[in-house]
Ligand binder design. Structure first.
Ligand code: SF4
Length: 364
């Protein structure tokens, strides 16, 4: 049985220039944690996220000032922006007019039909989709009273919200069903996949700090992706959103779906290691964070076992006593003084990248 099942067939939507659903690549998104009206801080954070591969960004729109800020933010960034709105339909209208590429809003929370119609008409006029964001913690009262905060309740809420939009002939929809635990989240998406072809944005919400968050997200998002469910993903961490993007791409890479940047492998070290491998691995990881190449890089603790254990790596270093070695595909290239290990490894990676770019240029 393949690790990742065939992707679910969905309708396709576009958020800005990013296609979502069916055969479009599963894309990685995040949400800013700055005050959106602080244009400088928000833009700075989005630009940092762009550098590590963020493909869509969502910003909170709690008031009119935040909605209007979208226009200025958009002028300085290149990825599409989703305006996250709760309850107040006027903020949705203002965000769309300010250039938001999508709205995240639950029509059931807006109230009167004429207000919902105004948002839908505005989204149609601007050609932007709406993401319905169902959250187990904020379900409609009557659904929660009947079904509790279960996966079934989340699905009913999603169906209800999708129907509100589709009854107004609006089909440009993406939906998320988030709970703070893996089992409800996975079950909800599984159930909903049987009832609609709307693309899914997947994630585990309020997943927690770094360890709990990464673990829950990797398992929850990973299980769903392995079942072919999920068109955009967001890892939710109580951390710098840059960590969310890095984790998102590592989940995709671990499943063999997509990769971005070099893959770093390193040993856990043992009594044979005589260098500060933790520090070296951290330095290399940081230096390669925005590197464009897709090579596999190994950071190993000892010369005895390192090159052999990491022979699948395109390039790597292994530490010795005062000296280390640089190896490619398990073959030793040269000995290096341990102070020079990181610099020489990074230089060699740059050379390899340039060579492969030149080769590709020649081919074209
Ligand atoms: S590569 Fe060497 S130092 Fe690292 S775990 Fe293996 S034996 Fe130990």
């Amino acid at each position: 049985m393949p690790l990742v099942q065939k992707r679910r067939v969905t309708r396709q939507i576009s958020i800005g220039n990013v296609k979502i659903g069916s055969e479009a690549p599963i894309c990685v998104q995040s949400m800013t944690n700055t005050q959106t009206q602080d244009v400088k801080a928000t833009t700075r954070q989005i630009l940092a996220l762009e550098k590590v591969g963020c493909e869509i960004i969502r910003v909170a729109v709690p008031d009119m000032e935040a909605a209007l800020a979208i226009e200025k933010i958009k002028q300085q960034i290149t990825i599409p922006i989703i305006a996250d709105i709760h309850f107040d339909y006027r903020l949705a209208l203002a965000s769309a007019r300010a250039g938001a590429d999508a709205l995240r809003i639950n029509p059931g929370n807006i109230g009167e039909t004429k207000k919902i119609r105004a948002v839908v008409d505005c989204a149609k006029d601007h050609g932007i989709p709406i993401r319905i964001g169902v959250n187990a913690g904020s379900l409609e009262k009557q659904i929660e009273q009947r079904l509790g905060t279960t996966a079934e309740a989340m699905v009913e809420s999603a169906i209800r919200n999708i129907k509100i939009l589709e009854d107004l002939n609006f089909y440009d929809i993406k939906v998320s069903l988030k709970a703070s635990d893996v089992s409800r989240t996975v079950k909800a998406y599984q159930l909903l996949s049987l009832k609609t072809n709307v693309p899914f944005h997947v994630g585990v919400t309020e997943a927690g700090g770094l360890y709990a968050g990464i673990t829950k997200s990797a398992i929850g998002i990973g299980m769903l992706l392995a079942q072919g469910l999920g068109d955009t993903i967001r890892v939710s961490l109580t951390r710098d959103p840059v960590e969310e993007i890095r984790t998102g791409f590592e989940i995709l890479r671990a499943l063999g779906i997509r990769s971005r940047g070099p893959e770093l492998i390193s040993c856990p070290t043992c009594g044979r290691c005589k260098i500060d491998l933790f520090k070296i691995a951290e330095k290399v990881e940081k230096a390669l964070l925005e590197h464009p190449s897709q090579i596999k890089v190994a950071i190993m603790g000892c010369i005895v076992n390192g090159p052999g254990e990491a022979k699948e790596a395109d390039i790597g270093i292994a530490g010795g006593d005062g000296m280390g070695i640089l190896f490619k595909k398990g073959k030793v290239i040269r000995k290096i003084h341990q102070d020079q290990l990181v610099d020489q490894l990074l230089g060699e990676i740059d050379n390899m990248t340039k060579t492969s770019e030149e080769l590709n240029g020649t081919k074209e």
